[in-house]
Design a binder for this molecule. Structure first.
Ligand SMILES: Nc1nc2c(c(=O)[nH]1)N[C@H]1C(S)=C(S)[C@@H](COP(=O)(O)O)O[C@H]1N2
Ligand SMILES: [Mo]
Length: 420
């Protein structure tokens, strides 16, 4: 039944699009095409070209943006140095201990000193029965654009927590990675224990991650093992993980809190452009493309508004809520996932994907990234400012519902171009 309705809506959309094309649709028609597209819609060649030129859906590991602290950065050590400090799969180990200042009651600790630290082989044994995979965009809270989109594989952190036979006084877990054995370089992050033990609202679990897009996690991405917190900004996903501390501390103690950052902020939804022509010929069609980050509240629309210099702007409307925004087309799941996935195949099972068909169960996928495109029919000469914005599943237009910069980027982007 559900499938039938989906099919109907899909076909209905195709017909509507074709009609728009044939009618030459006055104003703006947004369509989908190219390798990013899963359907066979007849295409405007301008738009097809723009969509074909888009970045791949998944990002190859070595094309991720890198945010790494440390002097030297741990991933820049030589292979021999990496072996010495436990940054290879053969030499990696994880200490799991109780916090000396706010002790949790544990049955057992695991430490390198006592020769009981968790090894990579032990992690792989847990992986045999507990490994999960999910898609997630990596975004730095303090940067405007995502660092990359990947399929992350790991063992739920709770599996390690339960190995300690924790009994009581456990309210938070904090964790850090290799930092050149220099306390001043330690970069620590933390989570409430509840988030680790139970996954709220259908979120994937917090994991100890060792693979990205089907390949071992590279040193630059935080290998051999990093934490991945699905709904969080990048700073919660500690690289080169070496220590887990189980604590009774009742509040966050993240290093990242030091720079006025909102360390409890989950991923926001926002849209941005990827390509807008600088100069356009009057009255001729052109394309605009972009991406949207899909935060915890999902994505229902991407909208675009082109404001011509000299035209009146609504007063006291900081977020341009009253402007004549037009809907762009959110592109469907791609034919080619990219990112270096072996055989262009999303491994099965991956949370959020149908295990039979390998297709995403919902679209756009929360905590991911999608692309959008718009065909603009032609404008009169002048200088223009193009803005794009997202509308989340609760109907909130960007930058709402959380406009503050230090909880993550959500400002409405603007791009200038000229029509001559
Ligand atoms: N150990 C460690 N983990 C870290 C960092 C770091 O400097 N050291 N940077 C964090 C920040 S602020 C971000 S945004 C992400 C970036 O992940 P990436 O470099 O894999 O893209 O890693 C996080 N994990
Ligand atoms: Mo970051």
């Amino acid at each position: 039944m559900g499938a039938e309705i989906d099919r109907f809506l899909w076909e209905h959309n195709q017909v509507t699009r074709r009609w728009l094309l044939q009618a030459g649709a006055a104003g703006v028609a947004a369509l989908q095409a190219g390798t990013q597209s899963a359907d066979e819609t007849p295409r405007s060649s301008v738009l097809a070209e723009a969509i074909d030129g888009l970045e791949s859906f998944l990002t190859p590991q070595d094309e991720f943006g890198d945010v790494s602290r440390g002097t030297p950065k741990p991933h820049s050590l030589t292979d021999e140095q990496k072996r010495d400090v436990g940054l290879t799969r053969e030499t990696w180990s994880l200490d799991v201990i109780s916090d000396t200042e706010h002790p949790a009651k544990l049955g057992q600790e695991f430490t390198k000193e006592q020769g009981t630290a968790i090894t990579f082989d032990q992690l792989m044994m847990l992986a045999e029965t507990h490994a999960v995979r999910f898609a997630k965009v990596m975004t730095c809270l303090n940067m405007g654009c995502p660092l990359g989109m990947g399929i992350w594989e790991g063992v739920p952190l709770r599996e390690i927590i339960w190995q300690t036979e924790a009994k009581a006084d456990l309210r938070r877990v904090f964790y850090y990675g290799y930092h050149n054995d220099d306390p001043d370089q330690m970069f620590r992050s933390s989570l409430p224990i509840g988030r680790v033990l139970e996954d709220p609202y259908g979120l994937p679990p917090v994991v100890l991650c060792y693979k990205l897009n089907g390949e071992w996690l590279t040193s630059e991405r935080g290998g051999p093992v990093r934490v991945i917190v699905p709904e969080a900004y990048g700073f919660k996903s500690i690289k080169w993980l070496s220590h887990l501390v189980l604590s009774n501390i009742p509040h966050a103690n993240d290093t990242y809190a030091e720079k006025n950052n909102d360390v409890d902020s989950p991923l926001k939804t926002f849209a941005a452009t990827l390509s807008v022509p600088k100069k356009v010929e009057a009255d001729s069609p052109f394309t605009v493309t972009g991406y949207a980050q899909v935060g915890i509240s999902g994505l229902s629309k991407v909208q675009v508004w082109m404001h011509k210099e000299g035209d009146e702007l609504p007063e006291s409307d900081d977020y341009f809520a009253a402007a004549p925004w037009m809907d762009a087309e959110i592109l469907p799941p791609p034919k080619v996932w990219g990112g270096g996935l072996p055989d262009n195949h999303v491994p099965s099972p991956t949370l959020g994907f149908d295990p039979q068909t390998g297709k995403p169960a919902t679209w756009p996928m929360r905590l991911g990234k999608v692309h959008w495109a718009m065909l603009v029919d032609g404008l009169t000469p002048g200088k223009y400012t193009l803005r794009s914005r997202s509308i989340d599943d609760n109907g909130h237009a960007q930058p709402m519902p959380r406009p503050f910069r230090k909880s993550g980027h959500s400002a409405i982007e603007l791009v200038e171009f000229e029509v001559t």
